[in-house]
Design a protein around this ligand. Sequence first.
Ligand code: HEM
Length: 198
Amino acid sequence: MKGFTTFRRLVFAAALVPAAALTYGAFTNNLTANPIDYITDITGLTALTFLTLSLTVTPLRRLTGRNELIKLRRMLGLFAFFYACLHLSTWVVLDWFFDFASMTSDVVERPFITLGMVTFLLLLPLAVTSTAGMIRRLGKRWQQLHRLVYVAAITAVVHFWWVVKADFREPRLWAVALSVLLGFRAWWTLRTRLPSRS
Ligand code: HEM
């Protein structure tokens, strides 16, 4: 148990590394020739990484039987939301500097921005309802609401796919990883709900 608490703290510290590296890079003027693009890409990719990692918790728990892993899920999901907030803030502040009219046109005219926004709006209620009090208050509805995470992961990967113009290798890898994770869940549900034939 003590070992797991240490592991959780290490995961927490590791999750802060991308934000710390971006802050350090900003202060030392070391964020490539195009800092806005760089910050957008790093925050977007980190948000997707944590979203995907949060989806690996349940399969790992089922395969290993280590139930304490569940304690990592909320932290990973909240880090996904934290980096999504940084990603959105980059677009709002550095790309458009609060020009709400242009931002609205951007959301309407560029499908990948629309989908990014949809993804963010899907993650928002999940983050807001992630407290112990909300879990208690919502009861069964909490689980139903939190199934939105699967939709958010799919729209996040499609958002990435639509960002890319030529080399689709990276979004394809994310799509494969997500298919494996969602496929595992579907297989597990069928396995446990269908009556056994033997
Ligand atoms: C909140 C609304 C969002 C907006 C306005 C937005 C906007 C953008 C923009 C402008 C780019 C860069 C496009 C380019 O390089 O030409 C981008 C890339 C990306 N975004 Fe978003 N995004 C949003 C939400 C999200 C969310 C919620 C996620 C993940 C959970 C995400 C993941 C990514 C990824 C993975 C990339 C590609 C990074 C790369 O090229 O390495 N975005 N987004």
